[in-house]
Design a protein around this ligand. Structure first.
Ligand code: ADP
Length: 396
């Protein structure tokens, strides 16, 4: 059975086609600059990428083009072979505790939740509509970034603010990256050859966006992102946790509106803000090699914030079997992993510096004597989307 996993953004659309249940990736690709001049369509098959520059005015055209290319390139003989579409949807609020088959009620609710994710949910909806038009008879499933964290208890997800903010407006911690955290915890159990429901793991998803998750018995008990993805640890361009009073102070000093200051916390902070150089970890590590003091501060600040969260989650979980590193930086940047783990001596954690040089493949990178295993696990959100799509289609 062929299932396509889709991640639609405001001007982009990523896709991966799988043969299920074998989980064999047939092809992946991305349409970028949708609605702008010179849109880019690229598709990767058997390690080879083909790129086309074409004008793609909207998501419907993007979907039609990618489906046409799947047939042109002989990846499918006909579109009838695609039996399911799985869509990543950022915000499921408290309404969606699991993935769900998409119908009009679901679309209405995802639209209503746009209030909580104004940049993401509308773009996700556009992607869903475009596939509905192109493949009207194929079942579609929504897989939410927030759903995995719906197992958190009130003591974790409530903020210590007037209670009515929650009841009136839904102000609480939701958390994101749930699909990745769940996938990595499942792989951790497989690597440790232990049942997931007997494990306590901390997953560090460190990419351009970054969050940590404390997972007990396969369930998210706490996570570092909050009401929005701005909270938690420092990221490529996001500040992570700060004193919220800074927002008004800077607004007054610089004569900027509150939304402009929040935008700077989202887009101009983190690695980029402290280093003044780049949001990209590779650029920063190059600068660190040259002895650039602000870049050193940027990577050390993030490592400190991550180590502090790990300490808090160790307490919260009542101990920990494994700490997992995933996403662009977590999978590739051995220097970042070292900075973090070197701060965890109090937990009896010992990194094997040799094994830590591994990249992009599942590896145990702690010493045999380490009290907590440290695992490098490449994430795979798309395969989780394909799995959930198949699971829900089979239940229906
Ligand atoms: P997102 O999906 O949140 O946009 P990714 O998970 O793709 O982000 O991570 C992007 C980050 O990963 C960038 O900072 C990039 O520099 C970093 N990264 C990717 N490959 C490497 C590498 N080989 N060494 C260091 N950092 C890397």
């Amino acid at each position: 059975m062929k299932i396509i996993a889709v991640n639609a953004g405001s001007s982009s659309l990523k896709f991966k086609l799988f043969d299920m249940p074998e989980e064999k990736k047939l092809v992946s690709g991305v349409v970028e600059r949708i609605g702008l001049k010179d849109s880019i369509f690229s598709m990767k098959q058997n390690g080879e990428t083909v790129k086309e520059i074409v004008n793609i005015p909207n998501h419907t055209v993007a979907v039609n083009l990618l489906l046409k290319r799947l047939v042109d390139k002989g990846i499918v003989d006909s579109l009838d072979e695609i039996q399911g579409v799985g869509h990543r949807v950022v915000h499921g609020g408290e309404s969606f505790k699991d993935s769900v088959i998409i119908d009009e009620d679901v679309l209405r609710e995802v639209h209503r939740l746009s209030d909580l994710a104004p940049l993401h949910n509308p773009a996700n909806l556009v992607g869903i509509r475009a596939f509905q038009k192109a493949l009207p008879d194929v079942p579609a499933v929504a897989v939410f970034d927030t759903a995995f964290h719906q197992t958190m208890e009130p003591v974790e997800y409530m903020y210590s603010v007037p209670y009515e903010w929650y009841t009136k407006y839904g102000v609480r911690k939701y958390g994101f990256h749930g699909t990745s955290h769940k996938y990595v915890s499942i792989r951790a159990a497989a690597m440790l050859e232990k049942p997931l429901d007997e494990l306590r793991v901390i997953v560090c998803h460190i990419g351009n966006g970054a969050s940590l998750c404390a997972i007990k018995d396969g369930k998210s008990v706490d996570t570092s992102m909050g009401f929005t993805p701005l909270a938690g640890i420092a990221m490529g361009t996001r500040s992570g946790d700060i004193d919220p009073a800074i927002v008004q102070f800077i607004s007054e000093k610089e004569g900027k509106r509150l939304d402009e200051v929040i935008s700077e916390l989202n887009r101009k902070s983190g690695y980029l803000g402290l280093s003044g150089l780049s949001s990209d970890s590779r650029d920063l590590w190059e600068a660190v090699e040259r002895g650039d003091q602000k870049s050193i501060l940027a990577v050390e600040k993030q490592a400190k914030m991550i180590a502090d969260y790990i300490g808090a989650y160790f307490i919260q979980l009542g101990g920990c079997d494994a700490i997992c590193f995933t996403a662009g930086i977590g999978e590739n940047a051995s220097e970042t992993r070292k900075l973090i783990v070197d701060r965890l001596g109090a937990l009896g954690v010992e990194l094997d510096y040799e094994k830590n040089l591994s990249r992009g493949k599942e590896t145990v990178i702690s010493k045999d004597t380490s009290k907590i295993k440290i695992l490098l696990i490449p994430t795979n959100e798309e395969v989780m989307i394909a799995r959930d799509t198949m699971r829900l289609m089979n239940q229906n």
